[in-house]
Design a protein around this ligand. Sequence first.
Ligand code: SF4
Length: 549
Amino acid sequence: MKVRIARRAGFCMGVRRAMRLALKAAETSSKPVYTYGPLIHNPQVLALLERIGVRDLHRSAKAEDGVVIIRAHGIPPREKKALLSSGLEVIDGTCPRVAKVQALARKYSREGYRVIIIGDRDHAEVRGILGYTGGQGLVVSNLRDLEQLPPLEKYVILSQTTQDEEVFEMLSREILSRFPGGKVINTICHATHVRQESVRELARSCEAIIVVGGRGSANTNRLAQIAREEGCEALLVETPEEIPLEEISRFRTVGVSAGASTPNWIINGVVERLAEHRNPLRRWLRLSLYLHLPLALSAALLLAGTGLWFKGGVHPPGLLLVFLMVFFAHTWNSLVAREILALCHPYKAALYRRHEKILVPLLLLGFTLSLGLAYLQGPVVFVFTALAGGGSALYSLTSLRRLFPGNRPLFVAFFWTLLILVVASLPPLWSLKAGALVYLLVFYQIFYQDILDLLEDGFLGRESLAAFLEEKRALKLLGLLPGGGLILNAVLFLSGGSSYLFLLPLWVYLWFLARYLGKKPLGRRLILEYLSLSPSLLYLLLGFLARGF
Ligand code: SF4
């Protein structure tokens, strides 16, 4: 069974923006946080919001103090005015594209036009737009509604942003044929159009389509309907666990698409479940990621590479020491912070919850073993290993996480660099050069993983640099880091080491990696995570090459 993923699926810009406003308010505000109606039509995401204390205002007892977020659909102006004078702090999450339709409705109604909105009359967005028509608005949802229309002369037709293109065209044509001379403005959002086109394309090359999203979400149901219209078997699921694997495996090609209210972590979960059914080995690869084993291996490779590049003394026990300490520190932090982790990586957090009794002794054993290995290397290595390991393990327990926004990659890179330099036992001048290089590489890897988390649409704490910078700026900074590497490379070269020219392909590779991540490929979480560790391997291989010359 082949799995294909729709070119565009999942959160649209407006929903993602409203979600991030809500998550940010939940983290930074000391007051209760509410949403004006359910933020999106997705029960899993609503449950996640409830867990961090974000509730629907309409389902809460009288709220007098707090922050309220207007959802992407927007609300009628009268309701907004009432909200603003209620004493609650209002954060307007109305999607800018919906706000544009509201502005059109207001403009035309002020100019004396009747405003016809083609859309679902019970939908919050349509009710919101209608509020801007000053009583001059009419809603047309289907052909039957045309019979109720009064005679029209000066009028404009607008659409709900998530309206189906074909329905809009058919209904506006009908209205124009009955009442010639009207203006038509297609305000269907590009995001809706692209998602519908993507599922159409996908359906043509698949035997079955799995549409991921809330059952109550109109745009999700519409995607399933489009797939069926293309002659495909379509299945709507809310979570990966709902996939009927036996039934699905009779198809040779299965497509995955998702509604605009489905976060990427659910889409990736669905793709991963299908892929694991096909290839059970992937399950182990995923588990090893959850235990940070590849990350620990990456640290050991960095140590080995540093030994080659800077002529340090690296022995197998040192490699094992670093491997065990990084495994301990990262997995320990995830275990301690599993309640926060559940908001971003629910599947990973569930594993920690299930296996806590095995994990704690395993981690303590790893920590003790790495300290034992450090002790064998001498008192200095022992003390610094204990400091680096202990310091990073305390990260989730202390207020270090909240010290300043975006601190995680800075601290992690510091602890890793300290550990690697101490175990490599370099002379002071070499330590300075190696330290700068290792710090940059670790920072890149951890920051890359932070961005990966951000692209999953989950809740990230204040410590995430990617969440602090937001997607565009974070990806830009990641793309700039190889430039920093080039400058460092030039300094190393000028300080008398022609062999450092062999490091040049590393920066080119990091740049390509950042570019690939910038394409935000959906359903590729596993491969993207493993790719984040590849710079350490390349660093080591280039070290071998440089040594050979
Ligand atoms: S579908 Fe378009 S208009 Fe509607 S919330 Fe999403 S981005 Fe905004």
